[in-house]
Design a protein around this ligand. Structure first.
Ligand SMILES: Nc1ncnc2c1ncn2[C@@H]1O[C@H](COP(=O)(O)OP(=O)(O)OP(=O)(O)O)[C@@H](O)[C@H]1O
Length: 312
């Protein structure tokens, strides 16, 4: 299990970050088996950021999202969201957090939607439960932002899957969350709708200032997001950063835009104790195995570090 270093625990009152997650551990215990879903994961997300988390099936993405959404408790480590220490939360704190701070969009949006109500009634519902004023105006404003103003009086069961997903996003935003979490939000829609849904997240991020974390399998979608963090075996393994923002790229009229490697840079992630997780492909090509030893040399001339298999 990952050890906790008292010196590196993040302070709960940090205003710059929406999420500070350090050495986060989640262990699921069943009668005779223990599954370590997160094993010392580090992640910082600034306020107002929009980022994506990618990773293979079983890497721990949903587990992380459940911790961030207050749906499950971490086993150990540190998780501070909106300046609050989640490991110290009581059940009441969790309820208040889910009501006031976070909004959720699921792949299967049936969890959020009432099929026999209209779009506008669906968006009003969470505000009604919270006793918020100005519900109709806010619901219409959000339906406009998701491009469904004209469908406001349609019943949900008369709408397509993509339209229902857009209503689900408006519902998640109804009570003005500071953090919007989306679990495979484009998992069940076609490519065109998927691009439209991503644009909606970007628009809400910009106009409402909400911090957005999207978990996705969809690497095509991730290509259009400036910061993508990869999780492997319950740890942050690498980070893919755009060299230019996607908006800048779209603004460069007349230039042939190449997708993929030319605009992205993949970075390995150093945890706060200086530990480095090497990309799998590098390990394979050097013939190094986890648990083995490597030779590390400082290359002062080039200002870098060289790494060799130990028998080099
Ligand atoms: N409730 C649970 N009880 C026991 N083990 C669990 C539970 N939830 C998740 N796990 C285990 O934790 C690990 C991470 O699972 P998680 O669902 O977070 O992965 P994921 O990256 O979201 O996968 P997918 O993309 O398939 O949803 C897996 O090994 C999984 O079997």
């Amino acid at each position: 299990m990952a050890e906790t270093d008292a010196d590196t625990i993040v302070k709960p009152d940090d205003g710059e970050y929406m999420i500070r997650c350090e050495n986060l551990v989640k262990i699921y215990k069943t009668s005779d088996v223990e599954a370590v879903a997160l094993q010392g994961l580090d992640l910082d997300v600034k306020r107002g950021e929009l980022m994506a988390i990618v990773g293979n099936s079983g890497s721990g993405k949903s587990t992380l999202l459940n911790m961030l959404g207050g749906l499950d408790r971490p086993s150990a480590g540190s998780l501070v969201i909106d300046g609050k220490d989640m490991l110290k939360f009581t059940d009441k704190d969790y309820m208040a957090y889910k009501r006031d701070t976070v909004g959720f969009v699921w792949q299967n949006n049936a969890r959020n939607l009432v099929p026999y109500l209209t779009a506008v009634q669906n968006v009003e519902l969470p505000m009604l439960l919270k006793g918020k004023k100005g519900r109709r105006a806010r619901a219409l404003e959000l339906l406009k932002k998701v491009g469904l103003e004209k469908r406001r009086n349609s019943r949900l069961d008369q709408m397509s899957g993509g339209e229902q997903q857009r209503v689900a996003i408006a519902i998640a935003m109804a009570n003005d969350p500071k953090l919007l979490l989306a679990d495979e939000p484009t998992g069940s829609v076609d490519t065109k709708t998927s691009a439209m849904i991503l644009d909606i997240f970007k628009e809400l991020n910009k106009s409402e200032g909400v911090t957005v974390v999207i978990v996705t399998h969809d690497l095509k979608l991730a290509e259009h997001i400036d910061r993508v963090v990869a999780i492997r075996d319950g740890r942050t393994s690498s980070e893919i950063i755009r060299k230019r923002s996607y908006a800048e790229e779209l603004n460069e009229m007349g230039e042939v835009i190449s997708e993929g490697d030319a605009v992205h840079e993949e970075l390995a992630v150093l945890d706060r104790s200086g530990r480095l997780q090497l990309p799998k492909e590098y390990m394979q090509s050097l013939g190094i195995k986890g648990g083995g030893k490597v030779k590390v040399e400082l290359d002062e001339e080039r200002g870098g570090i060289m790494l060799f298999p130990s028998d080099h």
